[in-house]
Design a protein around this ligand. Structure first.
Ligand SMILES: Cc1cc2nc3c(=O)[nH]c(=O)nc-3n(C[C@H](O)[C@H](O)[C@H](O)COP(=O)(O)OP(=O)(O)OC[C@H]3O[C@@H](n4cnc5c(N)ncnc54)[C@H](O)[C@@H]3O)c2cc1C
Length: 501
């Protein structure tokens, strides 16, 4: 029996659109025809260059290889994020993609660390992470496939040129048979019977029909909002930043294997090193700083020569009330936006695609399927939201109105509970659909000196001197591993230097 082919129409040719096209065609193969429509007149948002390790699962799952993707996108390696001036001016810590120390007899490492730190017998948490140690020394190598112990465990992601990544995904998608249309959509036509999307009209007079429409049209949400009026839940009362200015500068010196984010008077500034240039941006709350001053702050903190004009982007933290509405699924900026402090947007694109692959076993659009998609998407966004709010709430900065406001603001109940639990027991609750797990929360808790006074009482059964000795041994073993690792730029030069730029 032949199965009737279905038609998926993707609107938008940014990172979200081309990732969706590549993954959905790869997954559904000849069961679906996919057309991607984008308008080169409108263009893409043009930022989004820092990722988290899940990006690698995405392209590895498509049969693509790390070093090929790096070469094609002029990428550098990312071991984590360095936070400067967040706790207070002058403070610094790294949130690594990896583990801390070694657990023992079912007790998590950080419980031992909490005790030894109190006794003055342990160093800061980052000293027990290979990821942090490598990042601090600008070193990089691929993680061991079979790490001898948790001490050798770290993960990595990429800093890449977003336009080149979208292009790479485009070439891959088109090689699988995805059809590409450069056209401006002027009208979204709904079916009278049920309000589902019937087809799209383009400026040139063409009509493109489909069974399922994926809205990757960016912040505007051409289908999900402008046509279907789905609604948006704003989280701006907790995440005050609503503006960003981005500018590129020349690459100078050795690229760091980490994203750098520096707290500023009314927000923060990123530096993302690529092989051929650096990406810089200032994310700020316009209620506390005007655009002109924000641009000055951005340029003042870039020692290298800039090579583009500053691009101003306005946004509202939050999420679309339903990511899936009728026969339309929003992915990327059209689904919601959380500031790029922990580089989560592209990862949320990926989880949305993953959910489609799991849930779309037919084209009936049953309520149960749609509701599952929407509920899990909402939870995912909320979990990331809470993680980001912690970065503001836990600050001890009181040198500007912005930071004083953040310290004293109300926070969501889900985060309050998590904080209270950690403060009283050192236990980090892992909610369903969390993108960030124990090591990440610990990185931020310890970086912000938000620590419990106590620790798991079972730790007292271990002789202190022996614990201190094993902590020193862990540090020594990490230092040895770092000494044996090549420099980050040497790794790039040897394995994945882009051919020319
Ligand atoms: C300041 C900032 C920094 C960021 N940094 C990071 C980061 O470090 N890491 C990360 O993971 N994410 C980051 N992001 C998010 C990331 O940039 C986006 O998630 C990602 O680029 C996906 O964007 P998109 O494809 O949804 O939208 P866009 O890139 O905006 O693409 C929209 C597409 O829709 C098309 N379109 C719109 N209207 C029409 C129409 N009428 N007809 C035809 N086509 C149309 C456009 O032509 C375009 O192709 C950042 C975002 C911002 C704002």
């Amino acid at each position: 029996m032949s199965v009737q082919k279905k038609k998926i129409v993707i609107v938008g040719g940014g990172t979200a659109g081309w990732m969706s096209a590549a993954a959905l065609k790869f997954h559904f193969k000849q069961l679906v025809d996919i057309t991607l429509i984008e308008s080169s007149d409108i263009g893409t948002v043009g930022v989004g260059e820092a990722t988290i390790p899940t990006i690698r699962n995405f392209y590895l799952g498509l049969g693509l290889k790390d070093l090929d993707v790096m070469r094609a996108t002029r990428a550098t390696c990312k071991l984590g994020i360095q936070f400067n001036d967040w706790l207070r001016p002058g403070s610094s810590f790294i949130h690594p993609f990896g583990l801390y120390g070694q657990d023992s007899q079912g007790i998590e490492f950080h419980q031992f660390w909490l005790k030894l730190r109190k006794q003055g017998l342990a160093d800061e948490l980052g000293k027990y992470s290979l990821g942090v140690a490598l990042a601090e020394k600008n070193k990089f190598t691929l993680p061991a496939k079979n790490p001898p112990s948790s001490l050798s465990v770290f993960d990595w992601a990429l800093h890449f040129d977003a336009a080149l990544f979208a292009q790479y995904m485009r070439e891959f998608s088109m090689s699988l048979g995805v059809e590409h249309l450069d056209a401006k959509i002027t009208k979204v036509n709904l079916r009278e019977s049920d309000g589902y999307i019937a087809n799209l009209s383009t400026e040139s007079g063409a009509t493109v029909a489909g069974d399922l429409f994926i809205d990757c049209s960016g912040f505007r949400g051409l289908l999900i909002e402008e046509a279907l009026h789905t609604g948006y839940e704003s989280w701006q009362k907790w995440l005050l930043c609503d503006s960003a200015q981005a500018v590129q500068s020349i690459a100078h010196g050795t690229p760091s294997p980490y994203t750098r984010v520096d707290a500023k008077t009314a927000g923060w500034q990123w530096k993302i090193p690529l092989q051929h240039r650096f990406g810089n941006g200032h994310v700020y709350a316009s209620g506390f700083m005007g655009d002109e001053e924000a641009q000055q702050v951005l340029f003042n903190a870039i020692p290298e020569q800039t090579i583009s004009d500053a691009k101003l982007i306005k946004f509202t933290a939050g999420r679309r009330k339903k990511a899936w509405n009728k026969n339309c699924i929003a992915i990327g900026l059209s689904a919601g936006f959380l500031e790029p402090l922990e580089s989560t947007s592209i990862a949320l694109v990926q989880t949305a695609i993953e959910k489609i692959r799991t849930l779309l076993t037919n084209f009936d659009f049953d309520d149960a399927v749609v509701n599952e998609f929407n509920e899990t998407t909402a939870l995912e966004y909320e979990r990331v939201r809470d993680f980001l709010i912690l970065h503001y709430k836990a600050t001890q900065r009181s040198d500007s109105e912005f930071w004083r406001f953040c310290q004293h603001m109300e926070i969501p109940e889900s985060l309050s509970h998590k904080l209270a639990l950690f403060k009283s027991s050192g236990y980090v609750v892992n909610y369903r659909w969390e993108m960030f797990h124990l090591p990440s929360w610990l990185a931020i808790f310890s970086g912000f000196d938000y620590l419990p006074d106590n620790y798991d009482m079972r730790v007292d059964a271990f002789p202190e001197a022996q614990l201190a000795k094993s902590f020193a041994k862990m540090q020594a073993s990490i230092q040895q591993a770092v000494a044996d690792t090549p420099d980050h730029d040497a790794f790039i030069a040897e394995f994945c230097a882009a051919e020319k730029y």
